[in-house]
Ligand binder design. Structure first.
Ligand code: ZN
Length: 343
């Protein structure tokens, strides 16, 4: 099952901050004291951030998260090999970053550097989300408003995706400090490529994100949304931030979840704005495929967020449709046969 072929978020650019109920000025005030759970701090403008397409929040108004290094605290004693497996990382590279791991690996509570940005390298997505790979990916860091799985070989994305998502989550957390943390699921592998059972998630632009639930839950599994367990206000708050960031191409979300978010969207958006955001509200079948939020089977316990291509990416596109290719092949084959018969 391949995702529909998307055209770069022309629809999302139609949304203004005002339509999404956010004023840039209030953002900058809110970010003055961004949480610093992982060595995130307000610092250094990063030129990569400027690549984000169709950004509707001025960058000066967004927190500058420094993600040049990702740290992790070992929950238990862990050998170098196990640590490398846990992160899908290379043992030698981990040793280079943490020479003291050479003897006994990591001790319980030890802070380990998992990733450090190498100046001069370009992090980018190569190819289609269901065919491609990533160059110079970065692991997603731990943080205050979200949780990651314990085992993380599939927690990598392009630096652009990491920054956009971490920024949106930090902004969301400031506005929803009481909400339960967001569960983050699959990203991509360190170098990209196949992530079973997904078709996409290959190029560091796809992320599975759990909905915000009313009840706290320590587990790592996503919880299926019912009529009563969704914190729809906080979930809408997160979706709103992601879309307002301007770097999200599409969000796959079950119709039943869209329906619970719409009353909150309706507080600040006109009917036509809501229609171009939620596929559920768009009656026209062709236009439905161009909304930012689209219904897709299996997305009633998490949303799949796809970030847009950036200038840094190579041959970046929407998902490649295998069926179409096959049909084209078949047509060519039939033509050949006919020509053969004529000859
Ligand atoms: Zn997904």
């Amino acid at each position: 099952m391949a995702y529909p072929d998307e055209v770069l978020g022309s629809a999302l650019r139609a949304f203004s901050l005002a339509a999404l109920g956010m004023a840039a000025s209030s953002c900058s005030a809110a970010h003055a004291q961004a949480p610093d759970p992982l060595g995130f701090h307000l610092e250094v403008a990063d030129p990569l951030l400027q690549h984000s397409m169709g950004a509707t929040i001025p960058f000066s108004a967004r927190p500058r998260l420094n993600l040049d290094a990702v740290w992790w605290s070992a929950p238990r004693d862990e050998s170098l090999k196990r640590l490398a497996d846990r992160w899908g990382a290379d043992e030698d590279e981990l040793l280079e970053l943490n020479p003291d791991l050479a003897d006994d690996g990591a001790q319980r509570g030890q802070r380990v550097v998992i990733y450090r940005f190498e100046p001069g390298t370009v992090s980018r997505s190569v190819g289609a989300p269901n065919r491609g790979r990533i160059e110079n990916s970065a692991p997603f860091p731990v943080g205050d408003g979200w949780t990651l799985r314990g085992y993380r070989p599939r927690s990598y994305a392009t630096r652009q995706t990491v920054k956009e998502l971490a920024t949106s989550l930090a902004e969301w957390r400031e506005r929803h400090p009481e909400a339960n943390p967001v569960k983050l699921g699959e990203f991509s592998r360190r170098g990209g490529g196949r992530v079973r059972p997904h078709k996409s998630h290959r190029t560091g632009r796809d992320v599975d994100i759990g909905y915000v639930m009313n009840e706290p839950d320590e587990g790592h599994r996503f919880v299926t949304v019912t009529d009563s367990n969704l914190d729809a206000a906080a979930t809408w708050g997160l979706v709103q931030r992601l879309v307002a960031g301007g770097a999200v191409e599409s969000i796959f979300m079950a119709k039943s979840v869209q329906e619970q978010l719409i009353p909150f969207a309706a507080l600040t958006m006109s009917e036509s704005e809501q229609r171009s955001l939620f596929s559920t509200l768009e009656p026209d079948a062709r236009a439905k495929k161009k909304t930012v939020i689209r219904a897709w089977r299996g997305h009633d316990d998490h949303m799949h967020v796809r970030f847009a291509c950036t200038e840094a990416d190579l041959r970046c596109s929407g998902a490649v449709q295998r069926k179409k290719k096959r049909r084209r092949k078949k047509r060519r084959h039939t033509k050949k046969r006919r020509r053969g018969r004529k000859a």
